[in-house]
Write a protein that binds this ligand. Structure first.
Ligand SMILES: [Zn+2]
Length: 158
C-alpha cells in the first residue's frame, strides 16, 4: 500500500510541520499558488492541500483538499478526517520537521559534542537528518506533541 503524501501551500507552514511530525511525507511549496503548484502535486502523486478556495474551480487531474479552517488544530483535524489518517507512534518524529527527510539512526558516541551534556547523559536514542544534519532525540517535544493532540481531541487518543 502506498503511503499517503501531501503537498502544502505556503499558507500552511504549521500544518506542514504537524504532518511531518506524524510521519506523513509533506512537501511545503513556497511558490505561488497556481497551476505549477498543482502540477507539482500530480508529479509526485501527492495530495495538494491549499487555503485557496478558488483552486477548487481549477481543472485538476490530481487530488486536492481545500483547508477551510483558520486554526491549526482544526486544519489538522480536517485532514485527519478527510484522509482517515492513522496515529502511529512508530512513525512519530521519523521525518525532519524542516527538510521532510527521513531521519537516520546515529550512534550515541558520534554526537557527544553536538548535544547538550544533560541530553547526552539522559538519552540513548539519537537520529540525524541527512540533509540539515540536525540531531533529534525523544524528549519533551514528543511529550508536548502528544499532549497537544490529546488536548485537541485529535485521533481520539486516550
Ligand atoms: Zn533536516
Amino acid at each position: 500500500m502506498g503511503q499517503i503524501k501531501f503537498l502544502t501551500d505556503r499558507n500552511l507552514g504549521k500544518l506542514t510541520k504537524w504532518l511531518r511530525m506524524l510521519g506523513y511525507d509533506t512537501v511545503y511549496y513556497t511558490g505561488n499558488i497556481d497551476r505549477s503548484f498543482l502540477r507539482e502535486g500530480v508529479k509526485e502523486g501527492r495530495i495538494a492541500l491549499t487555503r485557496r478556495r478558488d483552486m477548487a474551480r481549477r481543472h485538476f487531474s490530481g487530488r486536492m483538499f481545500i483547508v477551510h479552517a483558520d486554526k491549526v488544530p482544526d486544519q489538522l483535524s480536517g485532514v485527519i478526517d478527510e484522509f482517515s489518517l492513522e496515529f502511529d507512534t512508530k512513525r512519530l518524529f521519523t521525518l525532519c520537521l524542516t527538510c521532510n527527510e527521513k531521519l537516520k539512526d546515529i550512534p550515541k558516541a558520534d554526537i557527544k559534542s553536538r548535544v547538550p551534556p544533560y541530553v547526552f547523559q539522559t538519552q540513548n536514542n539519537f537520529r540525524i537528518c541527512p540533509q540539515c544534519q540536525k540531531i533529534f532525540w525523544p524528549g519533551t517535544h514528543r511529550n508536548n506533541a502528544l499532549l497537544y493532540l490529546k488536548q485537541h481531541n485529535l485521533f481520539h487518543l486516550p
